[in-house]
Ligand binder design. Structure first.
Ligand SMILES: NC(=O)c1ccc[n+]([C@@H]2O[C@H](COP(=O)([O-])OP(=O)(O)OC[C@H]3O[C@@H](n4cnc5c(N)ncnc54)[C@H](OP(=O)(O)O)[C@@H]3O)[C@@H](O)[C@H]2O)c1
Length: 253
């Protein structure tokens, strides 16, 4: 049977690649994003494009609740805003004691990464239940180990890990399956800003393949590439002094 798939963050990076790949495979794809030019391009490839700011709860409910049935929902929408805390970093002349602790940037990570996910999920849950489908959220290997500068981004991803793993239990009685994708580094506009080395960097095509394979195999955790995610997960469960030593060395670079 033809799969019906909704993808948020479809206008860029992994979401874009997943949209193109699922369209090529003959699936019905709802592509959700804000960039109208890319949404038009995806429409011309056969997607049903939906233009919506996913941080606006009312817009999300209005735009997504009418879809009758969905086999797969992949929530890729996200942002990554780093903060730089230093003794002499002042954000504005009115704020003399923030030292780069930028609460608004931290909340932008949380509102976009966690907010867009839960708003989307509330809107599409009936459609997922009807099809006994699967929801996939994009976490991050950075949630395994606390990395300075990623205070906001990492907090939002740690929250997503917790949310999806609890939903693996609580959505089961509804017949809705839940997967958490945990990528390492993937070459997209999001990582273009990174000025540090990104080991085992993947292309969006590799990431899309890993996520699609994980979904096809009903995996609850889709972590890739293993060369990065396994050592990071192991590091995160070692004593504080060990991971703090490694993390602070990376911060110092
Ligand atoms: N790249 C990596 O190395 C990496 C690693 C681990 C996890 N991840 C996660 O994977 C997901 C996809 O990342 P990516 O690298 O593919 O990112 P990306 O290329 O920057 O794409 C982000 C997408 O999110 C959408 N988006 C952001 N805010 C939105 C909003 N308010 N409403 C609707 N759409 C919004 C953007 O749409 P617009 O075009 O409308 O802005 C864009 O399509 C993210 O959740 C990211 O945190 C990425």
């Amino acid at each position: 049977m033809t799969k019906r798939i909704l993808i948020t963050g479809a206008t860029s990076g992994m979401g874009y690649q997943l949209t193109v790949d699922y369209l090529r495979a003959g699936c019905v794809v709802y592509a959700v994003g804000r960039n109208e030019e890319t949404l038009n391009e995806l429409s011309s490839l056969g997607a049903t494009s939906i233009c919506v700011d996913l941080t606006d709860y009312n817009q999300v409910i209005q735009a997504l609740s009418d879809i009758a049935e969905l086999d797969i929902v992949i929530c890729c929408a996200g942002v990554c805003h780093y903060i730089d805390i230093t003794p002499d970093n002042r954000l504005s002349e009115h704020s003399s004691s923030n030292f780069g602790f930028d609460a608004q940037k931290i909340m932008q990570n949380i509102n976009t990464n966690l907010g867009t996910l839960v708003y989307t999920l509330e809107a599409v849950l009936p459609a997922l239940k009807k099809a006994q489908g699967r929801v996939v959220a994009l976490g991050s290997a950075s949630a395994h180990v606390p990395f300075a500068r990623a205070e906001g981004y990492g907090s939002s991803k740690a929250a997503i890990h917790y949310l999806m793993q609890t939903l693996q239990i609580s959505l089961k009685p509804l017949g809705v399956n839940v997967s958490l994708a945990i990528p390492g580094f993937v070459e997209t506009p999001m990582t273009d800003q990174n000025n540090f080395s990104m080991p085992f960097l993947q292309t969006p095509k590799q990431a899309s393949l890993a996520i699609r394979k994980g979904i096809a195999n009903d995996q609850e955790i889709i972590a890739f590439p293993k060369q990065l995610t396994v050592p990071l997960k192991t590091l995160g469960v070692l004593p504080n002094s060990v991971w703090q030593f490694v993390s602070s060395k990376l911060y110092a670079k």
